[in-house]
Design a protein around this ligand. Structure first.
Ligand code: GLU
Length: 305
């Protein structure tokens, strides 16, 4: 397959949409990002790599971090134990919604909404001696880039205005689903979201999830084939907030987005692809990224469906 020409064609096709949407600004530091950037990086399990545009520019991974947290959580605890604290159904609501959490008595719908990720941050603080270092070392090994780190500026910018996430955390605490200090959990959550990676880093890192027929063993994180299958299943059903159905319908791959404008998707046993463009739609997903992936699976006829 001539993936490089396909990526170039796609870029031409999506160019007319390049001024649609705006970058996230509710986290003040993200408002400073130049919105007019687009990058894509494709890594295949057979070792080929293809790229275009700003594929090597670092950006804030934001909610893509939730996939890494889930992988670590599943390696440090039994699945049944995790699923007593977090559900595994799509939420159909915004990533930072409080409503569902209230009427479901403090059990988040899934690990990929903020409530679920706050519970995962709490678990990692309880289970790991040095959660921050463990997390960064894991990401560095996954993508093979020792320069990967978090942005103290973005982390503190988010924590300084984390009113909704703090409300979610206190509601979780009220229901006994948060064991550590709320500020410690928020601090670690914001740090994980503020990690900066490029499309190249993310695509390489997610190859480990695409390699789904083999056990996962990276930087002390060990997962059985069955656990990797479940992570990919949750990406498929819950990876795009209340747009998960549309992503599945239009793209047909498991994936995860973040409000930094990044999206990563995998084709199990075949490839991993990361796209980035900061302008978002009203659901918080990258407009150019969504379009690029829709065209990619259409023009390659490669989706899981
Ligand atoms: N750090 C962001 C927040 O909590 C993550 C949101 C996202 O990327 O979906 O609002």
């Amino acid at each position: 397959m001539d993936y490089q020409s396909i990526l170039e064609n796609i870029y031409r096709e999506i160019k007319p949409f390049e001024k649609e949407g705006r970058q996230a600004s509710y986290i003040p530091a993200l408002a400073n990002v130049n919105p007019d950037q687009f990058g894509v990086f494709l890594s295949t399990l057979s070792g080929e790599e293809y790229s275009l545009g700003n594929y090597d520019t670092k950006f804030s991974i934001q909610s893509i971090s939730k996939v890494f947290s889930l992988a670590i959580c599943l390696s440090v605890m039994e699945q049944d134990e995790l699923w007593t604290r977090i559900g595994k159904e799509p939420s159909g609501s915004a990533f930072n919604s409080l409503v569902q959490l209230e009427y479901e008595h403090g059990k988040p719908r899934n690990p990929f909404i903020n409530a679920g990720a706050l519970v995962m941050a709490d678990i990692l603080i309880s289970k790991l001696e040095n959660p921050q270092e463990f997390y960064i070392a894991f990401l560095r090994e996954l993508c093979g880039n020792d320069a990967v780190s978090y942005s103290p500026e973005v982390a503190s910018s988010e924590q300084g205005c984390s009113y909704l996430n703090a409300s979610i955390a206190y509601l979780l605490k009220h229901h006994g689903n948060l064991h550590n200090d709320v500020n410690d959990v928020l601090h670690f959550y914001c740090m994980m979201c503020s990690v900066e990676m490029s499309c190249k880093d993310l695509s390489r890192a997610f190859l480990a999830f695409a390699r789904s027929s083999e056990p996962f063993n990276h930087a002390g994180v060990s997962l059985s084939v069955s656990k990797v299958k479940r992570i990919n299943a949750i990406m498929q059903t819950c990876g795009f907030y209340d747009e998960a159905g549309d992503f599945s319908f239009l793209v047909g791959l498991p994936g995860k987005s973040g409000v930094g404008g990044g999206i990563v998707a995998i084709y199990p046993s075949k490839y991993s692809i990361a796209v980035w463009s900061p302008r978002l739609n009203e659901k918080g997903n990258s407009i150019m990224g969504m379009k690029a992936l829709e065209l990619f699976t259409t023009e390659t006829s490669e989706s899981i469906f």
